[in-house]
Write a protein that binds this ligand. Structure first.
Ligand code: G6P
Length: 602
């Protein structure tokens, strides 16, 4: 949610900032801007729309050896050039980019900035105006920033330029991600290492409520109380080529195709020397000590969580509840005596999930994060972590992270079940079953032509659509619906097929597309009964059935896999369906409207 990049060095910052923003565009893409500082001269260039639009506007001339850039996902104030970052203080001396939300910006404005002229509707402008006010009152820049930060409630990652100190870049964070990248004769700041991998692979973490003072060849980190902080750098493990599209037209398609390989990587990562499934003992101990697991997640990750519930309950015999983060924190249910909180989050940065983490930690409960991003906020702040090994996921619509989440949850469930002596887990040859699933996934990613055809037939012009299923197929139906609506803008619901007749069937009209997912033998005929009900009301039904359960006329047969692992396979044609529906409807697949990949505001 909003991406920040900053540079101080000996080269022109322009290209480094624009390249960085392109890599961060997945975080928000409604407007963007850069500020370049050349001696004491600041140039600010902003544009509504994509980085490509900004690039055109910036042109070839702009120059500065110090610069900051921002790509925005609007929270306060509509997407426009005025509301795009960077924002400048009234005199123009200070320039800021900000990611996050300042909750008390209105009261700060009223208390400290009466009469000040504001050029935007953003909460950010308050920060830069406050810095200027305190600087005008005689504080050194560093002190003015520090004083301002102490007044802020909410989340922020900021990067600040002071025209009067052209050899320094200031940065700070609280609850929003920000990293320092180090180099010879230059330093960079970024919301995500991906933004600056071209420049460096050496990074230093910034903790909440720290202030960073960067020069070309010097890095100082201090707490808000002025205490110096020493922190060793780490080397990023992502490869710059992992974040390129290569020959693919879209990241989403590339990431769909990567899923079988991710499965194999996961199998390897969680295997011991004897080829057995193996999970870190500390993680396992947490799970075994708990009497109930509370899965906390948002969006796609919560859909993987529902599948995880089935896996953990059936294989480990531990009760599991799945909760949406944004609800849980504010309407907490009665908790069991020894709960374990399991946060599932691709990015590890989702603010809705983090607010729950902070609350349950304060309550003294144990926490485990399942994430794709080592070093992310939820990774660092939870007691334990497990990784997805899916490689960077760039497309806003999550695909390979979902299947990786399901796979790692199956590993956790089997490991815990075996440790508890659970027969179902002991008998489950997960390494081999995941291998079979990976092969089935390969077959599914190769079914593009068929799925493209189905998308054209069922979804090219429709206003709405339904996905139905029962048991784990219902959970996949929810994920399939999310995929389709987020990138094709077709109003779609994922529904428990038995529940349809209790109201929602009223929405079925002539030609309404209804996709049924059938992978479980015990409910094959119940779902087919529900399909008949919608067919009788004019729906256009399309069935994806698992090998062995298929009937003549089914549109797609899913290769057979273990009944607990079917989501790994059945979700793939649904992802492809969304992809091709979006293409048919001329939508921007990788950057759907109104969305962002990493949502760091509540
Ligand atoms: C955003 C993304 C979704 C994602 C959700 C949770 O809304 O657009 O694709 O599922 O955040 O993200 P997380 O990183 O916590 O899994």
């Amino acid at each position: 949610m909003c991406g920040i990049v900053g540079y101080i060095g000996r080269n022109n910052a322009k290209e480094i900032l624009l390249n960085g923003l392109e890599k961060l565009e997945y975080r928000g893409y409604d407007s963007a801007g850069i500020a370049l500082l050349d001696h004491e001269q600041v140039t600010v260039i902003k544009e509504k729309g994509r980085i490509a639009d900004l690039r055109k506007k910036v042109g070839n001339e702009a120059f500065g050896e110090v610069g900051i850039g921002h790509t925005r996902w609007a929270t306060h104030g509509k997407p426009s050039e005025e509301n795009a970052h960077p924002h400048q203080s009234a005199s123009g001396r200070f320039v800021i980019v900000h990611n996050g939300v300042i909750e008390n910006y209105a009261s700060l404005k009223e208390t400290y900035l009466e009469g000040a002229l504001f050029k935007s509707d953003t909460d950010t402008e308050v920060i830069v105006q406050l810095i200027e006010k305190f600087a005008q009152e005689g504080l050194e820049t560093k002190e003015a920033i520090r004083k301002t930060l102490r007044l802020l409630h909410g989340s922020y990652a900021i990067c600040v330029i002071d025209k009067n100190q052209p050899d320094t870049l200031f940065a700070a964070k609280n609850k929003s991600p920000l990293l320092i990248g180090t180099g010879t004769n230059f330093n960079v700041i970024a919301s995500d290492a991906m933004a600056v991998l071209k420049e460096t692979s050496e990074f230093i973490e910034i903790a909440d409520e720290e202030l960073v003072i960067l020069k070309r060849d010097q890095i100082e980190i201090e707490t808000l109380d002025g205490e110096e902080v020493e922190r060793a750098p780490f080397t990023a493990t992502i490869d710059a080529s992992d974040i390129e599209k290569g020959t693919y037209p879209h990241y989403m398609l590339k990431e769909i195709d990567e899923q079988p390989a991710v499965m194999r990587r996961i199998i390897q990562a969680y295997q011991n020397d004897t080829g057995e499934i193996s999970v870190d003992q500390a993680v396992l101990d947490e799970l075994l000590a708990s009497d109930r697991v509370y899965i906390i997640a948002c969006g796609t990750s919560s859909h993987a969580g529902y599948v995880g519930k089935v896996l953990i309950e059936r294989l480990a015999g531990i009760p599991v509840e799945v909760h949406i983060s944004s609800e849980f924190g504010y309407n907490m249910p009665l908790l069991s005596e020894n709960p374990l909180f399991l946060f599932i989050t691709q990015s590890g940065e989702t603010a809705d999930s983090r607010q729950v983490l902070v609350k349950v930690k304060e309550m003294g409960y144990r926490t485990l994060t399942l994430t794709n991003v080592p070093g992310s906020t939820l990774d660092r702040e939870a007691d334990q972590a497990m990784y997805l090994h899916a490689g960077p996921e760039i497309a806003v619509a999550s695909t390979k992270a979902y299947t990786a989440q399901v796979a790692v949850l199956s590993i956790l469930a089997v490991a815990a079940g075996r440790a508890r002596g659970n027969k179902a887990a002991i008998q489950f040859d997960l390494v081999s079953e995941l291998g079979i699933a990976a092969t089935a996934m390969e077959a599914m990613v190769s079914s593009k032509e068929l799925v493209e055809h189905i998308a054209g037939e069922f979804l090219a012009t429709t206003r709405n659509a339904f996905f139905i299923g029962r048991s784990v197929d219902y959970f996949v139906a929810m994920e399939a619906a999310l995929k389709l609506k987020e990138i094709s803008y077709i109003q779609t619901e994922g529904f428990a097929s038995g529940e349809l007749k209790h109201g929602t069937i009223a929405l079925i009209e002539d030609e309404t597309p209804v996709f049924a997912i059938i992978t479980q033998e015990n409910i094959n005929w119940n779902i087919r009964g529900n399909v008949n009900e919608v067919l009788a009301r004019g729906a256009n039904a399309c069935i994806f059935a698992m090998e062995g359960l298929e009937q003549p006329g089914d549109q797609l047969v899913l290769p057979h896999v273990h009944e607990l692992l079917t989501p790994l396979v059945s979700v793939i044609p649904c992802q492809l369906l969304a992809y091709y529906a979006a293409l048919h409807r001329d939508c921007d697949v990788d950057k759907p409207r109104n969305l962002a990949k990493s949502v760091t505001v509540e």
